[in-house]
Design a protein around this ligand. Structure first.
Ligand SMILES: Nc1ncnc2c1ncn2[C@@H]1O[C@H](COP(=O)(O)OP(=O)(O)O)[C@@H](O)[C@H]1O
Ligand SMILES: Nc1ccn([C@@H]2O[C@H](COP(=O)(O)OP(=O)(O)O)[C@@H](O)[C@H]2O)c(=O)n1
Length: 208
């Protein structure tokens, strides 16, 4: 069974995807980390994120980069949203994600284009949403916990800028797949969001 979990920044898609993976005993891939690794590599190599050829060169990143906790930083997320708009960057990361999704036994993937591009054949597709201010509160609390001094206003501005860039790009924009179930977590606890996600997946599973 393939489960696709998409949605904007800090909507709770990663939390839900991990919980679904645990519940159904499936492997999980956070696809955002791949774009964040490209972004961090662009920065380390002092390349230009706006230049497609520069960003493509960074797609051949060192696998150890994926374990760097710095990838979760707010500025890396912003830079990831710049490099991810290049069609050739998306193309460079496509097969790796498709292979993961279509491995034997299935998988759970979260990102922006899982239900639309990576696994349009997924059995269950969730599109996770929450209001920008609630997402900013959650992400701000998360970053503060990790020792970051970034302000709430900065996090909110970054989330709005990223929403705009991710939704308006021509290559794999952030849009719900036509057959995705919408899950608004704005006023749901983590536990309630997970329970709702499991119920939505169950509704897509063949009976018997
Ligand atoms: N329903 C929820 N209520 C409160 N906090 C949440 C909820 N879902 C996720 N969070 C918290 O919000 C932050 C962002 O969640 P995460 O799952 O990483 O979002 P995303 O993967 O969409 O960026 C994390 O600190 C997470 O613990
Ligand atoms: N499948 C994906 C996943 C991430 N991304 C890009 O990578 C950036 C970082 O993604 P992420 O999922 O790690 O970010 P959060 O939603 O966790 O803040 C996003 O803003 C997108 O621009 C993408 O284009 N496609």
């Amino acid at each position: 069974m393939i489960i696709a979990v998409d949605g904007p920044a800090a909507s709770g898609k990663g939390t839900i995807a991990k919980a679904l993976a645990r519940h159904y005993h499936l492997p999980h891939l956070d696809t955002g980390l791949l774009y964040r690794a490209v972004a961090a590599t662009v920065r380390r190599m002092e390349l230009d994120p706006e230049k497609e050829a520069d960003a493509v060169a960074a797609c051949d990143f060192d696998e150890l980069t994926l374990a760097d906790p710095g990838l979760r930083d707010d500025d890396v997320g912003q830079l990831a949203s710049v490099v991810s708009a290049h069609p050739l960057v998306r193309a460079a990361l496509l097969q790796r994600q498709k292979r993961f999704a279509h491995q034997e036994g299935g998988a759970v993937l979260d990102g922006r284009d899982i239900g639309t591009v990576i696994a349009p054949d997924a059995l269950a597709k969730l599109f996770v949403r929450a209001t920008p201010t609630i997402r900013a509160q959650r992400r701000h609390a998360e970053l503060k916990n990790r020792g970051s001094t970034v302000s709430y206003d900065q996090v909110l501005a970054d989330i709005r800028a990223r929403d705009e860039r991710d939704s308006s790009r021509s290559a794999a924009p952030l849009v719900p797949a036509a057959d995705a179930a919408l899950l608004d977590t704005s006023f749901l606890s983590i536990e309630a969001s997970i329970a709702k996600a499991i119920a939505l997946v169950e509704a897509r599973r063949p009976r018997g």
